[in-house]
Ligand binder design. Structure first.
Ligand code: C2O
Length: 598
């Protein structure tokens, strides 16, 4: 099935297939639930201005042909990428997820604040137990105070390799539109990563042996690898453009383990938002996205009509890691309308940065600034209640159990924050444990600083025993509305690397970033308090640091983790538990009745 779209409506209007009308179940006055149609329907609230957008996600096996072979993947509504969800700011989104796949499943709405709806956030073991095969869960949340390009993805094992799609939030009707000229068309452009093997098996094998997993076989643009790969001429994304028109590319890096450079031959790109926060327009010829990040990019078809490659490939920055990496290039074709693609002519190819071109990556990410006064812009919180310094490290840990690990000295590759390697709880989600006051699932002693101060980025640390970490489910408790400042510091254990750190439930301001060890005396002077970029995922520079601030204005349990799926199960994560505030409107309601049980 092709992509399913969502619509919103003001009036009560309900699209029903006549034959399913008798199956309608009245849920309550505002909702009508229809079982079990595969189409999308819409319902508006009577007497209220709230719009409901409803969607049905059927998650199941799908056979697709890629790179010369048929492959079975897990997919939503039979498409790769899955359906694009389009809503307006202020809408309530209701998504019925039916897990007909053979795997445990959750869906995360990446970048959505989930104000008072933490139960719908989705990370497995954190805000919910997964939906078992044959079962369902309804995600229900209102999208307030944010607009732009976000996305949704599976948040359990490696399923997000094929379970992902765009979530586009338009400005509320009748409100300010975009803070840039209205584009002629909007186009989601999702970068992905493809394995010929079953990704769950790839992950399981790696975890069994305690070693890094096999690398991917391709990158993709909107699910298509492009014609530089074998048998992929038909699997090439094409964007037809009209000369002179401007297009809004809604770019998402949905890849599992790789940061990507992206260029279009001969064309300038103008970034106007990242992570659904408006930026000062930034003109560049290269986009750099970490897994989890998005960018809204204006593209004007202002070159000689013809065909041009758009191309993406790895920004591979890990030092000291003697591993192979996916060095392939994904392409799509930008085709000017009216220009027949002549047989035998190939599109013009852009010159891509070198794999390890950190200066280019750093220039891109450190040049972005927020657009002061744009819709939903907020100033930097001035007073800081909680100051934290967090190391983000690779490391080694005991193999565990009776397994035999093939990491150095028979140890297991791991990762940590402040030397704590995050271990997910079993039996209950952390949110249930926190909400119901259940004992024994976590401790609230995640440290504000690493156990030891040292020369964090000294490359001779690579083999140091300091990189030995212990597992734990240690969280950081925050008072409602507390302002948190975090210095994120990469370390050289095993090897330095750019880690894309993603915070659930909040956006943060990026006050500064740099290389080497953070030096408070010098580096605090560089903080941007005027227009720092606002995001939900920051690529902490390789062998460097970044400083972020956010206000914990949303009660719940919020994960903060590296968005490289190789590092997440290794423990590169922690959790904030934000307490309820003093009023009903700052108190997390109880869980929905259909919250899956472990
Ligand atoms: Cu996009 Cu915790 O994830």
């Amino acid at each position: 099935m092709a992509r399913l779209e969502l619509f919103t409506g003001l009036a009560i209007s309900l699209i029903l297939a006549a034959s399913t009308a008798s199956a309608a179940i009245i849920e309550h006055s505002l909702h009508v639930r229809i079982w079990p149609p595969l189409h999308i329907f819409l319902a508006g609230a009577s007497g209220s201005s709230r719009n409901y957008s409803r969607s049905l996600f059927q998650v199941q096996n799908l056979t697709v042909r890629r790179l010369c072979h048929p492959r079975v993947i897990t997919a939503v509504n039979g498409s790769l990428p899955g359906p694009t969800i389009r809503v307006s700011e202020g809408d309530t989104l209701v998504v019925h997820v039916f897990n007909k796949s053979p795997y445990n499943l959750t869906i995360h709405w990446h970048g959505i604040f989930q104000l008072l709806s933490a139960w719908a956030d989705g990370p497995s073991s954190i805000t919910q137990c997964p939906i078992p095969p044959g079962s369902s869960y309804t995600y229900r949340f209102t999208i307030t105070g944010q607009e732009g390009t976000l996305w949704w993805h599976a948040h359990v094992s490696w399923l997000r390799a094929s379970v992902y799609g765009a979530l586009i939030i338009h400005p509320k009707k009748g409100h300010l539109g975009y803070p840039f000229p209205k584009p002629y068309k909007e186009v989601p452009l999702i970068l992905g990563e493809w394995w010929n093997a079953n990704v769950v098996d790839v992950e399981d094998q790696a975890l069994a042996l305690g070693v890094p997993p096999n690398i991917s076989d391709a990158f993709t643009i909107n699910g298509q690898p492009g014609d530089l790969y074998p048998c992929s001429r038909k699997h090439t994304y094409k964007l037809k453009v009209r000369p002179g028109k401007t297009y809004l590319l809604r770019m998402i890096n949905a890849a599992l383990n790789n940061q990507l450079f992206f260029k279009i031959a001969d064309h300038k790109l103008k970034v106007v938002a990242v992570d659904a926060s408006y930026t000062n327009p930034y003109v560049t010829d290269v986009i750099v996205l970490s897994p989890g990040q998005t960018a809204d990019v204006l593209l004007t078809a202002d070159q000689i009509p013809g065909s041009y490659y758009m191309a993406g490939r790895n920004y591979f920055n890990a030092e000291n890691v003697p591993l192979p990496f996916d060095n392939t290039t994904t392409t799509g074709i930008l085709l000017y309308k009216g220009t027949a693609s002549l047989p035998g002519t190939t599109p013009k190819m852009p010159l891509l940065p070198a794999f390890n071109d950190t200066p280019t990556a750093h220039k891109f990410s450190s040049s972005l600034t927020s657009l002061v006064g744009a819709p939903h812009w907020i100033p930097v919180p001035a007073e800081v209640d909680e100051k934290m310094f967090m190391t983000i490290s690779l490391g080694l840990s005991p193999c565990g159990g009776r397994a035999t690990c093939q990491g150095p000295n028979g140890l297991r590759f791991s990762a940590s924050m402040n030397n704590v390697s995050f271990q997910a709880p079993t039996g209950r989600s952390l949110l249930e444990a926190a909400f119901f006051g259940l004992k024994g699932f976590f401790t609230t002693d995640f440290p504000d600083t690493p156990p030891l101060a040292f020369d964090y980025t000294n490359r001779s640390l690579a083999q140091s025993p300091l990189g030995f970490v212990l597992k734990g489910t240690r969280v950081k408790k925050l008072k409602y509305n507390a302002t948190v400042e975090i210095v994120l510091q990469n370390t050289a254990f095993i090897g330095v690397e750019n880690h894309p750190m993603h915070l659930h439930g909040f956006n943060f301001h990026v006050l500064a970033q740099g290389f080497g060890n953070f030096n408070p005396a010098n580096d605090r002077k560089k903080f941007n308090f005027v227009n720092p970029v606002i995001r939900n995922t920051i690529g902490v520079p390789v062998g460097g640091w970044a400083v972020i601030r956010f206000q914990a204005n949303n009660p719940g349990v919020w994960m903060f983790h590296c968005h490289l799926d190789v590092h997440l199960p290794w423990g590169l994560a922690t959790v904030f538990v934000v307490e309820d505030g003093p009023t009903p409107s700052s108190t997390l309601p109880p869980p929905p009745a259909d919250l899956p049980k472990c």
